[in-house]
Ligand binder design. Structure first.
Ligand SMILES: Nc1ncnc2c1ncn2[C@@H]1O[C@H](COP(=O)(O)OP(=O)(O)OP(=O)(O)O)[C@@H](O)[C@H]1O
Length: 934
C-alpha cells in the first residue's frame, strides 16, 4: 500500500466532493454550502477575505474578533481555491489544532496534524502521504516549533517539487509581535520560510489587533506587498467599559464584589448562568483577591501558573461548568477557555498593553449579551509596571531587544492614557486598532457619566498631592528594600506571563533580572561606602547622609545649594528697595535655599530630574529679578515652618540664638500693615517709577490696588484665588500654600503645574465610596461652583482688597467704582496716545482686566443678597438643561454668573425673568458651547 492509499485508509471521510462549478467563485459558494453546510458567509469581511485567498493572487492579512469565523478563511480556499495541493496551517495551540482537525475530518475533509503529541507511526504515515505525487491531505496543521525541523523542511521541499504546496496559513499571527501579549519567539523565524517558498501565497490571521501589531505581522512574516488586508471592526457594542481608581476607594474589594454582582444580574444567584474573570498581576494577588471575594460571598477560585496542572484544570473546569462564578487569574489564562457567557472581566491591575487589554476584556459578552469590563487602576501598579518596563529597556543589549523593550514601554503608556484621561473608551480602543472612530454614546463611563469620570480623575489627582504631602523620610528611605522586592515581583509577573513554557524568554528575563539586581546591589554598595565617608564638615544641606537619589552626593548638593542661595540673594537684593518693611536676614535666605534644595532632593527621582528642577528654579528667579518681582520662594518663606531652621535649632549646643526672628514676612506685611505703610509703598514706587520708567512698577503704584500688588508679586499664584480670600486670614492661607507645596508648583513644569493646581482650582469633589458610577447631584455642583467662583465678594481677592482698603480709608465702594471706571475709560480711549498722562503709561492689559473685573464685582457686591437670589433662580432653570447635556460644567458656571449679574443689573431678580433669560439662550441654540452664545 502506498502513502496515498494508507492516508485514505485512515481517513474515514476524506474529502470526496466534486464541484460542478467551473469558476473559482462558484466553487467557493458550492463548497461553503455543501461541504461546510453554511448557507452564507458569516459577514462581508469573511466573504471578501475568502474570495481573495481563493484567488491566490496575493498575500492576505485577516483580522477578526474571536469566534468571528476566521478559520473558514483558509479552510474553504484550501478546498476550493485556485491552487491545488496541501495548505499548511501554522498554529501555536495544540489543543485548538486537534479540535479543528477532528471537525474537518467529520466533514469529510482530509486534515492532519504534526506536533510533539503525535506518535512516530502517525508522523510516518502523514509524511508518506505528503511526499507522494498527489497527497490526499488538504490541510496540515503544525506548530511553529515543528516548522523548523529538518524533516519538515524536506516534506515542504517535496511538496514544492510536486507542485502540491497550495497555501501557508499563519493562525494567531499576532504572536509574532512583542506588542501583543501572546508573543511567541518561534513566530519570528516564520519570515524565513516565507522567503524560502516565495511562490506560495500566505494568509496571516489574527484576532483584533492594533495597527502596530498589524504592521509587525506584515513586517516579520515578510508578507509580499501589496498585501490584501481584511479587518472587522473592533467595536464591541455589548461591552460597557469603565475605569476606577483603587486609591480613591475605602474598600476596593467591596467595589469589586458590587461590580461583579451587578454584571451577573439580579437573578444570578438562582440561574448561575453568567460568570466572570478577574485578572491580576501576580500569583499572590490572584490568591488574595479570590479569597477576599469568597469571604464576601462570591464564590471565586484562583488559577495561575503557580498551581499544579491538575488544580489549574480543575479550577477552569469548575468555572466553565458554573460551579464557581469567578475565576481569578493571571495573563495567559485566555487560552482554550473561551466561554460565551462571561458577564464581566475585571482587571485588578492594569493590562500592559492595549492589545492585551482588548483581548482579555474581549472575553466578556461572547454571546452578544451585555457585559462589563472594568480596570481597577492604581498609581502603585502603574509605577511598578513602568519601572519594570523601563529597566527592561535599560537591560536590553541587542538592537532588537531595545526596540522591543521600548515598544513595550510605549504600549503601556497608551494604556496609562486610557486610564488617566477621559476619552470615550470605545473610540480610544478603535483608534488604536485603526478603525473608524465612533463615539459609543453610552457604552462607557466617559460617555455615559462624564461628570462622574471627571470627579474620579480629580480625586485620583488629589490623592497624588496628599500622598506626596504625607510621605515622610522614613518611608522613602525604604526605597532600597523596595527595589529588591520589585525585582522579586518582576520575576513573578514574568513567570505568570510565561505560561506557554517559552524558555528563551524566561532566560532573557532571568538574565535581565540578574543584571539589574547586580546593578542595584553595586549601587547600594556604593551608597554604603559613601555612608562610611563622613559628610564634609559644616555641611549646609539638610540630611547630608540621605540617599534619595543614588547618584547625587553631598558635594553635588552643596554646589547646587550655594548657587541657589546666590540666585535667591540676587532676587532679594533687586526687589527689596521696592518693598519697604520687608526684610530677611542672611540666615533666612540660606534657610529658604536649604529648604528648597532639600525638597528637590527628596522629590526627584534621578540626577537629571534634580538638575533640571534646579535649572528651572534658577531661570524663574532670574526672570523674577528681571521683572522686579520677588520670587514666590521668598514671598512665601516662613521661618517658623522652615525645616532648616528646625534642624539648626535642634543641633544648637549653646543657647545662642542664631535664628533671629524676622519681624514679619511679606505676607505678614500684607496682614499687619496699615494704610500708612501702603502709602509709603505707593510713594516709594512712584519715585522709582518716575526714575526708571519701567512698566511693571504699576504693580505697586496704586495703594488701593493691593490685591493686584500681591498678584504680581506672586504671578503664578494668580489662578489660585482661594489663597487670597481676604487680608484677615492671609497668614492662615499662606500656610495652606506651603502645605500644598505651591512653591514647588510655582517652579515646576507646565504639566506639573497643571497637576498640582487641582487642589486649588477645583471645588471639593464628592467621594464615591463604592467607586461605582455614583452621580453627584448637579444642584450641588452648580451651587458650589457658583459660590466658589462668583457668588460672594469674599471669594474674590481683588474685590476684597478693594473693599477692605477702601473701608479703612473711609471712602465708599462707589468712589472705587468711579475710580475704576475712570481708569477704564482713559485706558481704553487710547493707550498709545502721547497725551496720555505719564502715570497711565505704566498700566498694562492686566490692569484693564483687573479694572473690568473689579467693576463687575463691585456692582455685584452692592447687593450680594440680590445676586445670590438671582444665582439661585438661574441655577434652577439651568439645571434641567445641564442634565440634558446641553452644556458643560464650565459653561454652566459661566452662564450662571453672567445671567445672574445681568438680572441684578437690570433689577429683574424674579423667577419669570430668570426663566425667560435661560429659555432665550436655548431657543437660539440646542447646545451651548461658548460663552459668546450668551
Ligand atoms: N459562514 C458561516 N456561517 C455560519 N457559521 C460559521 C460560518 N463561518 C464560521 N462559522 C462558525 O463560527 C464559529 C467560529 O468560527 P471560528 O472558530 O473559525 O472562529 P475564529 O475567528 O477562528 O475564532 P478563534 O479566534 O477563537 O479561533 C464556528 O463554530 C464556525 O463553525
Amino acid at each position: 500500500m502506498n502513502g496515498k492509499e494508507v492516508a485514505r485508509e485512515n481517513q474515514p471521510n476524506s474529502y470526496q466532493y466534486q464541484c460542478s462549478s467551473t469558476g473559482f467563485k462558484g466553487k467557493v459558494i458550492e463548497t461553503l454550502n455543501n461541504v461546510f453546510g453554511f448557507q452564507d458567509f458569516i459577514n462581508s469581511v469573511q466573504e471578501d477575505a475568502i474570495k481573495s485567498v481563493a484567488s491566490a493572487s496575493q498575500d492576505v492579512f485577516i483580522s477578526m474578533p474571536t469566534g468571528a469565523g476566521k478559520s473558514l478563511c483558509y479552510q474553504l480556499p484550501a478546498l476550493a481555491g485556485q491552487r491545488n495541493g496541501v495548505t499548511v496551517v501554522i498554529s501555536p495551540l495544540i489543543a485548538s489544532m486537534t479540535v479543528q482537525v477532528k471537525q474537518l475530518q467529520s466533514r469529510g475533509i482530509c486534515a492532519e496534524t504534526l506536533n510533539c503529541t503525535v506518535s512516530k507511526e502517525e508522523i510516518a504515515r502523514v509524511s508518506e502521504d505528503l511526499c507522494s505525487a498527489y497527497p490526499c491531505t488538504k490541510l496540515l496543521y503544525v506548530t511553529p516549533e515543528q516548522v523548523f525541523t529538518d524533516e519538515f523542511h524536506s516534506i515542504l521541499d517535496q511538496l514544492c517539487k510536486n507542485r502540491m504546496f497550495a497555501y501557508v496559513a499563519v493562525d494567531e499571527a499576532h504572536c509574532v509581535s512583542q506588542w501583543s501579549h501572546d508573543f511567541h519567539p518561534h513566530y519570528l523565524k516564520l519570515g524565513e520560510l516565507r522567503k524560502k517558498y516565495s511562490r506560495v501565497p500566505w494568509v496571516a490571521l489574527t484576532i483584533t489587533v492594533s495597527v502596530t501589531v498589524m504592521n509587525d505581522v506584515l513586517y516579520y512574516l515578510n508578507l509580499k506587498p501589496p498585501v490584501a488586508v481584511f479587518k472587522a471592526s473592533s467595536f464591541r457594542s455589548n461591552i460597557y467599559y469603565d475605569v476606577v481608581f483603587k486609591e480613591c476607594m475605602d474598600n476596593p474589594f467591596d467595589d469589586l464584589k458590587s461590580f461583579a454582582l451587578s454584571a451577573l444580574g439580579k437573578e444570578w444567584e438562582f440561574t448561575k448562568r453568567g460568570s466572570g474573570i478577574v485578572y491580576c498581576q501576580t500569583k499572590e494577588s490572584c490568591e488574595m483577591v479570590a479569597d477576599k471575594l469568597t469571604k464576601l460571598g462570591l464564590n471565586s477560585r484562583p488559577c495561575h501558573a503557580g498551581l499544579k496542572d491538575e488544580d489549574q484544570s480543575q479550577a477552569q473546569h469548575d468555572w466553565m461548568l458554573g460551579k464557581i462564578s469567578v475565576i481569578v487569574t493571571t495573563i495567559g489564562f485566555r487560552k482554550g477557555t473561551d466561554i460565551p457567557s462571561v458577564r464581566f472581566v475585571a482587571h485588578w491591575s492594569v493590562a500592559h498593553s492595549v492589545d492585551g487589554y482588548y483581548q482579555e476584556s474581549g472575553q466578556a459578552g461572547g454571546d452578544g449579551q451585555p457585559a462589563r469590563c472594568r480596570i481597577y487602576y492604581s498609581r502603585e501598579d502603574r509605577n511598578l509596571i513602568m519601572d519594570i518596563l523601563k529597566k527592561d529597556e535599560q537591560a536590553a543589549k541587542t538592537q532588537e531587544e531595545k526596540i522591543k523593550a521600548h515598544s513595550a514601554y510605549k504600549s503601556f503608556k497608551i494604556m496609562r492614557k486610557y486610564c488617566e484621561e477621559a476619552h470615550c473608551r470605545h473610540s480610544f480602543l478603535m483608534k488604536e486598532f485603526g478603525d473608524e472612530l465612533y463615539k459609543c454614546k453610552k457604552y462607557c463611563d466617559v460617555c455615559y457619566k462624564p461628570r462622574s469620570v471627571d470627579r474620579r480623575l480629580d480625586h485620583f489627582e488629589a490623592t497624588r498631592v496628599s500622598k506626596k504631602k504625607n510621605s515622610n523620610h522614613s518611608v522613602e528611605t525604604s526605597n532600597e528594600l523596595y527595589e529588591v522586592e520589585r525585582l522579586e515581583q518582576k520575576k513573578e509577573i514574568y513567570n505568570c506571563k510565561n505560561t506557554s513554557g517559552d524558555t528563551n524568554r524566561e532566560d532573557h528575563i532571568d538574565r535581565a533580572v540578574n543584571s539589574l539586581s547586580n546593578t542595584i546591589k553595586a549601587e547600594l554598595g556604593k551608597v554604603k561606602d559613601e555612608k562610611l565617608i563622613k559628610p564634609p564638615k559644616n555641611s549646609r544641606v539638610l540630611e547630608p547622609l540621605s540617599s534619595f537619589i543614588l547618584d547625587v552626593n553631598v558635594n553635588t548638593r552643596e554646589e547646587y545649594l550655594s548657587k541657589l542661595e546666590e540666585e535667591i540673594k540676587a532676587n532679594y537684593n533687586t526687589c527689596t528697595p521696592l518693598l519697604s518693611g520687608f526684610r530677611l536676614e542672611e540666615q533666612d535666605i540660606l534657610d529658604c535655599a536649604t529648604d528648597k534644595e532639600f525638597s528637590i532632593f527628596k522629590t526627584k527621582k534621578n540626577i537629571d530630574m534634580y538638575k533640571k528642577e534646579f535649572a528651572q528654579v534658577f531661570k524663574a528667579l532670574r526672570e523674577s529679578s528681571k521683572n522686579l518681582e520677588l520670587h514666590p520662594l521668598l514671598v512665601c518663606f516662613d521661618e517658623s515652618h522652615s525645616a532648616s531652621k528646625r534642624a539648626r535649632n535642634d543641633t544648637l549646643v549653646s543657647g545662642k540664638d542664631i535664628s533671629k526672628e524676622r519681624s514679619y514676612s511679606l505676607c505678614d506685611t500684607v496682614t499687619k500693615s496699615s494704610l500708612l505703610k501702603q502709602e509709603k509703598l505707593f510713594s516709594s514706587s512712584k519715585d522709582l517709577a518716575s526714575s526708571t520708567n519701567l512698566s511693571n512698577i504699576a504693580v505697586i503704584q496704586r495703594s488701593s490696588n493691593f490685591g493686584y500688588q500681591l498678584k504680581n508679586l506672586i504671578p503664578s499664584c494668580a489662578s489660585y484665588s482661594s489663597i487670597f480670600t481676604g487680608t484677615q486670614n492671609m497668614v492662615l492661607k499662606r500656610n495652606e500654600v506651603q502645605d500644598y507645596e505651591i512653591l514647588k508648583t510655582l517652579n515646576s513644569t507646565e504639566e506639573e503645574k497643571k497637576e498640582s493646581s487641582f487642589s486649588f482650582e477645583r471645588p471639593p469633589f464628592a467621594y464615591e465610596r463604592t467607586g461605582g458610577p455614583v452621580e453627584m447631584d448637579i444642584e450641588k455642583i452648580g451651587a458650589n461652583n457658583y459660590e466658589y467662583e462668583t457668588c460672594s465678594s469674599s471669594f474674590n481677592p481683588l474685590m476684597n482688597n478693594f473693599i477692605e482698603i477702601d473701608n479703612r480709608s473711609g471712602t465708599n465702594n462707589k468712589s472705587i467704582s468711579r475710580c475704576v471706571e475712570k481708569e477704564e475709560k482713559s485706558v481704553s480711549s487710547n493707550s498709545g496716545n502721547s497725551t496720555f498722562p505719564q502715570k497711565r503709561e505704566t498700566h498694562d492689559n492686566n490692569n484693564i482686566e483687573i479694572a473690568k473685573k473689579a467693576k463687575i464685582m463691585q456692582s455685584a457686591s452692592t447687593n450680594p443678597v440680590h445676586l445670590k437670589s438671582a444665582a439661585d433662580l438661574v441655577r434652577k432653570f439651568l439645571n434641567p438643561k445641564y442634565k440634558e447635556n446641553k452644556l458643560s460644567k464650565e459653561m454652566f458656571k459661566k452662564i450662571c454668573r453672567t445671567l445672574s449679574h445681568r438680572l441684578v443689573d437690570q433689577n429683574q431678580v424674579t423667577e419669570k425673568h430668570a426663566k425667560e433669560a435661560v429659555d432665550e439662550l436655548f431657543q437660539k441654540k440646542r447646545a451651548l458651547n461658548s460663552i459668546d452664545d450668551v
